[in-house]
Write a protein that binds this ligand. Structure first.
Ligand code: ZN
Length: 164
């Protein structure tokens, strides 16, 4: 039996796009109700989730300010700033995935794992060399170490499959 860590599947499961998008309100503030809902997945603590969301909101505000400086109206600048909700989705999902990877590495340090391919649009060429090879957890770089790389791993342990 093995434990599979598949970032793209995990993202949708523990931090669905729609739920993440709700984290920011039309006033560029944090939606606390949405935060509480998302934190129920218990993978990322509420404070950790809040930290990520607030950072993204800060960058939305910066973008808003830049558009205002360029002469856009308040409504237009807000529209443009919020247009890219992908930013929030990416940040939150990557934070969740890297937390799961960290937990797995801690729990299964010393176990062997197979490096699984990334489904990122532009996979890391160095990681591609590792696909299908067996490594030891805790020795050298592992999938999930690099932010957003999206490589997976199959941890080879003699335990019943862990449902993630
Ligand atoms: Zn990778």
């Amino acid at each position: 039996m093995a434990i599979e860590f598949l970032p793209s599947k995990l993202k949708q499961k523990v931090a669905p796009k729609k739920a993440v998008e709700k984290l920011v309100t039309q006033k560029l503030t944090l939606n606390r109700a949405a935060l509480t809902m998302l934190a129920r997945s218990e993978i990322l603590s509420k404070p950790a989730l809040e930290k990520v969301a607030l950072k993204v909101i800060k960058s939305y505000k910066r973008t808003y300010g830049e558009f205002r400086d360029e002469g856009l109206s308040k409504a237009e600048a807000l529209d443009e700033a919020l247009n890219d909700k992908k930013l929030m989705v990416n940040r939150v999902q990557n934070a969740v995935v890297s937390q799961i990877a960290e937990d797995l590495k801690e729990t299964y340090e010393g176990e062997l794992y197979e490096w699984l391919p990334s489904d990122a649009a532009e996979p890391d060429p160095l990681h591609q060399l590792n696909y299908g090879m067996i490594f030891e957890l805790g020795v050298g770089e592992a999938p999930g170490d690099r932010y957003g790389c999206q490589c997976g791993m199959r941890i080879l342990v003699n335990e019943s499959q862990l449902e993630l």
